[in-house]
Structures are given as structure tokens and as C-alpha cells.
Design a protein around this ligand. Structure first.
Ligand code: SAM
Length: 350
């Protein structure tokens, strides 16, 4: 009956449903967004406590099910069901988000909630245990990744409770956890651009266990992206671009990569590579629709490409002294210093 391709694992334990909705500390004036109501086990509890519940559901059968469940009850008029993929849906305003999240969309959902200009006061979300641990991982932890940095930069994340797989029908393969995400507000909310911040993190975490030098200087895609961004900044600020072709025999890309790949300072410990962004990221850069300037030939490099490379080197080695550090070990402060140093060099990421 349930389609696990849609992440349909229905909560069969009423105690867990009660606890999730209780932990949201709803006010009677709240508008709640529920992602994936399924048959409505959380929905009916939300409707008892909130002014309104907006559900976004991908599966028309489930949308019909939850609608039917409240039909003829006093709560009926408080429910609005939107049919579609929550990631692609433009969301109306809401105060609180509650979801027994379909695991396929865990990451995009968190990013979507965090990046909202007016994010919800609280989100209470059920995730696979490992994903929950990624959200709260600290520098040096094996699960620390771009998601950890972003989530903790923009929000306070707390682990609310563990939920065993037998509380679901059908049971998923792994254990779950409920987490609370409270976006920082007012003076606590960082006053920097989401895109700039995330742009730096994406490159740093291309391979989180390689040095920042290898990630920033060792891949042609990254160099081409930074050069493109620098060119845009120059165009906007009236800075001339030196297109002179310079002779350059050495293939520095390879040199950097070889020198810094695995000169190990992890004390011999191999940290797993999950959480690396490389393939997805390169596809994104390549598909971004902008043709990279022709700087790839070993013998035909423009002055501007050289300048960009020198700027990156300066940022990593001289200004921040982070060149030999790996993203997996960097904290929020390191990433902030990097972004500031890049911006000071006219390199932006949005
Ligand atoms: N809330 C119910 C419960 O706790 O019993 C069902 C939760 S079930 C884990 C996830 C629900 O999300 C399913 O009903 C599924 O159809 C729906 N869903 C899956 N992908 C979705 C998406 N991209 N956007 C909105 N809903 C989605």
C-alpha cells in the first residue's frame, strides 16, 4: 500500500506522533507547514493545536487520504493541502515546520528552510539517525560536512529524541531521530549573504579531507569558476582585465594536486569520504551555462588567470594561513576569515 520510493514510512506509534507535535510548542495562532502528511497522523494533532496547517504532499493518493480524514470535522477548514514536491513549491508564510521527512529530500529541505528570508521560528523534523548526526557534527568528526557548517551557522540545532525503526510501517532500514532547527534571528543572524557563504563552503568541501590548497588550486573547474566570478566583479567595478596570453609551460594544476593530496596529517586515520561534494559540484559548475574562458591549455594562459591563481594563493597562504588545513577540520571562524579574504581580493560567490 505504501510507496517507499516516496519515503512513505507511516508513523504507527501514536506516542511518537504526540511527542513530535508537543515538541513544536505550538501556539494557537500558529500556521504550520507539514511536509508529507501521508495519512495524516501528525496532521490531526497539529490541527488541534494550531490556527492552520498547510500540507505539501507529493502523492495524490495521500493528499486525498489526509483530506478525507478531516472531512466533516471542525478542523476541516483549518487544513490546506498543496499537491506537489515541497522542494519545487513556492511556500507561503508559516511559523513552524513539522515533518516526518521523506529521507530523499532531507538535505534539500534543510537548505530550503535555512535559506528562507523569513524562516520558520522552529522546525521539528524526523530524519535518518545519520543525517541527524551530520546536522550536529563538529569540526574533526567523521560526519562533519557542508551541511553541518551551514546548519549550525544559520540555526541552533538540537537533537530531540531517538525513534526506533519499529515505530514505522513499513519499518525503514535504519534508525531515526527527531531534531529541532531554530534559525538564528535578530542580532544572532549572520549578516552575510547566503550565496557567498555557501559558495565558499562548496569549494572547501569538494573533498573535505584534502587540503584547501588542493581544493581551490588543484581543480580546473574551481579555477575557472573563480575567474568567471572575478571577471564579473571587474566588469561591475570598472576594473580592466588583462587578457594578454602568457607562456606557461608547467601544468600547475597537476603539481598542486600531487603535492597535497594525501600528505597525511590525520595521524594515519582514514576518514570516510562521504559528504564530499565533488561530482555534484562539478556538474553544477559545468552546467551553469557560462562557458569558462579558454585558460585550459598549458601554453596559453591569460594574465587574468594568473592573477586569479595568485589571489587565491595569497588568500590561502598569506592572509588566512589555511592552505594546509582540511575543510573537515575547519570551524565557522576559519570559513568566515576565508570569505572575508576572498571578498577583499574582489572574489565573490554570488
Ligand atoms: N506524515 C506521515 C506520518 O508521519 O505518518 C507520513 C510521513 S512519510 C515518512 C513521508 C511522506 O512524504 C509520504 O506521504 C510521501 O508521499 C511524502 N513525500 C515524499 N516526497 C515528497 C516531496 N518531495 N514533497 C512532498 N511530500 C513528499
Amino acid at each position: 500500500k505504501f510507496n517507499t520510493n516516496f519515503g512513505q514510512h507511516i508513523l504507527k506509534n501514536p506516542g511518537v506522533s504526540d511527542a513530535i507535535v508537543e515538541k513544536a510548542y505550538l501556539k494557537p495562532t500558529d500556521t504550520v507547514l507539514e511536509v508529507g502528511p501521508g495519512t495524516g497522523n501528525l496532521t490531526v494533532r497539529i490541527l488541534e493545536r494550531a490556527r492552520k496547517c498547510i500540507c505539501v504532499e507529493l502523492d495524490p493518493r495521500m493528499a486525498a487520504e489526509v483530506t478525507k480524514r478531516v472531512q466533516g470535522t471542525p478542523e476541516q477548514k483549518k487544513l490546506e493541502v498543496m499537491l506537489g514536491d515541497v522542494i519545487k513549491t513556492e511556500l507561503p508564510a508559516f511559523d513552524v515546520c513539522i515533518s516526518n521527512t521523506p529521507y530523499q529530500i532531507s538535505s534539500p529541505l534543510v537548505f530550503k528552510l535555512l535559506a528562507m528570508p523569513n524562516p520558520p521560528r522552529t522546525s521539528i523534523l524526523m530524519f535518518q539517525r545519520e543525517f541527524a548526526l551530520r546536522l550536529t557534527a563538529r569540526p574533526g568528526d567523521s560526519l562533519y560536512c557542508r551541511l553541518s557548517v551551514n546548519a549550525q551557522f544559520w540555526a541552533k540545532i538540537t537533537h530531540v529524541m531517538k525513534v526506533g525503526k519499529n515505530n514505522f510501517r513499513p519499518p525503514p532500514q535504519v534508525e531515526s531521530s527527531v531534531v529541532r532547527i531554530e534559525p538564528k534571528t535578530g542580532r544572532d543572524r549572520p549578516s552575510i549573504s547566503w550565496d557567498e557563504w555557501d559558495g565558499v563552503l562548496r569549494v572547501c568541501f569538494v573533498r573535505k579531507n584534502k587540503t584547501l590548497r588542493a581544493n581551490w588550486l588543484g581543480t580546473k573547474e574551481v579555477l575557472a569558476m573563480v575567474e568567471r566570478n572575478y571577471r564579473t566583479w571587474c566588469a561591475m567595478n570598472g576594473v580592466p582585465i588583462d587578457e594578454t596570453i602568457v607562456e606557461d609551460g608547467a601544468d600547475e594544476d597537476m603539481e598542486v594536486d600531487n603535492n597535497n593530496d594525501d600528505d597525511d596529517d590525520d595521524g594515519g586515520m582514514e576518514v570516510d569520504d562521504e559528504g564530499d561534494e565533488a561530482p555534484e559540484f562539478f556538474k553544477e559548475i559545468q552546467n551553469s551555462g557560462v562557458t569558462a574562458p579558454k585558460t585550459k591549455s598549458r601554453k596559453k594562459k591569460t594574465r587574468v588567470a594568473e592573477l586569479v591563481r595568485e589571489k587565491i594563493r595569497r588568500v590561502l597562504e598569506d592572509v588566512t594561513e589555511l592552505a594546509d588545513k582540511r575543510a573537515g577540520k575547519c570551524d565557522e571562524n576559519d570559513f568566515l576569515r576565508l570569505l572575508q579574504a576572498f571578498n577583499d581580493e574582489g572574489i565573490h560567490f554570488s
